[in-house]
Design a protein around this ligand. Structure first.
Ligand SMILES: [Zn+2]
Length: 284
């Protein structure tokens, strides 16, 4: 090797290392993540967690075994990657973590990867919590005044839950009220922009066109019915708040009262089957 070739060789090695490091940085995390998830999925589901699901969430026992396994896998991935943080002095237990993650997993059946990729953390209060903040309104700032909430979903990957409402919603699996389903439906909606009642539906503009036509009509009919003093056969009146709430409330009824929802709103139900890649009528 000629002495003059040394700097060129050193430079080539330097460039090669730089390229390799950059490539590892780009493809590294997902590969490492996939390996970690595969390892987690291969270990048995803790029997204590299975007991929590069987004893505290009656809907779990109704799921066919392949879907139960999907829920189990999703629970472990979510709990490995998303911190669940206690607020107002709440000490978060495994029971709480498992019940929250399992109900959220219902909204991610028959899809790949960890559910809710944008989800960063879940905050849990012991019970309903009071929110008192100034919200940006049409003309400057509008102060809404204090509100008592059982849950909230934020666009930047945060979900806030009341543990009392999570536990109650899980225990009564057929009443069409479930704060975890509600708030995680908002997360799906918010994953691609602000909440507007349209989650990601896959590729194809026609799917969105049909979705907005069907949900828009059902939403308009509900508002009309309520305006004339009638109640809907299934949908909670809160669904008439705005299109985002309509989707979240319809999702609660979809998983917990699928037969009633399908009978009263067949077109809406069919869209939700496509969206959630499951037909809960088979479980009830
Ligand atoms: Zn909501």
């Amino acid at each position: 090797l000629l002495p003059t070739a040394l700097p060129a060789l050193a430079f080539a090695v330097f460039v090669a290392v730089l390229v390799a490091a950059t490539a590892a940085w780009i493809v590294g995390p997902p590969l490492w993540q996939r390996w970690r998830r595969a390892r987690i999925a291969a270990t048995p589901f803790p029997p204590a967690w299975r007991r929590v699901l069987r004893e505290r969430w009656p809907l779990y026992a109704r799921l066919p075994p392949p879907l139960q396994r999907q829920v189990q896998r999703q629970v472990r991935w979510l709990l490995a990657e998303v911190p669940i943080v206690g607020c107002a002095g709440l000490v978060v237990t495994d029971t709480m973590r498992v019940l929250i993650a399992a109900q959220a997993a219902l909204l991610w059946l028959n899809r790949g990867g960890r559910g809710f990729p944008a989800l960063r953390e879940v905050l849990v209060y012991p019970g309903a919590f009071v929110v008192d903040r100034v919200e940006p309104g049409g003309a400057g700032l509008a102060h809404e005044g204090p509100r008592v909430l059982s849950g909230e979903s934020w666009q930047r990957g945060q979900v806030v839950l009341s543990w009392a409402d999570v536990a109650g919603g899980a225990a009564d699996a057929g009443d069409g009220r479930n704060v975890v389903i509600h708030e995680f439906a908002h997360q799906l909606d918010q994953a691609h922009g602000s909440a507007n009642g349209a989650p990601w539906l896959g590729r194809g503009a026609e799917r969105y066109a049909r979705w907005s036509a069907v949900l828009g009509q059902a939403y308009a009919e509900l508002r009309e019915r309520l305006a004339t003093g009638q109640a809907d056969a299934v949908l909670d009146p809160y669904a008439a708040t705005d299109p985002a709430e309509f989707f979240a409330v319809a999702s609660e009824h979809f998983f917990e009262q699928p037969h009633a929802l399908a009978a009263a709103h067949p077109a809406l139900y069919a869209e939700l089957v496509q969206c959630y890649r499951a037909d809960p009528r088979a479980w009830w």
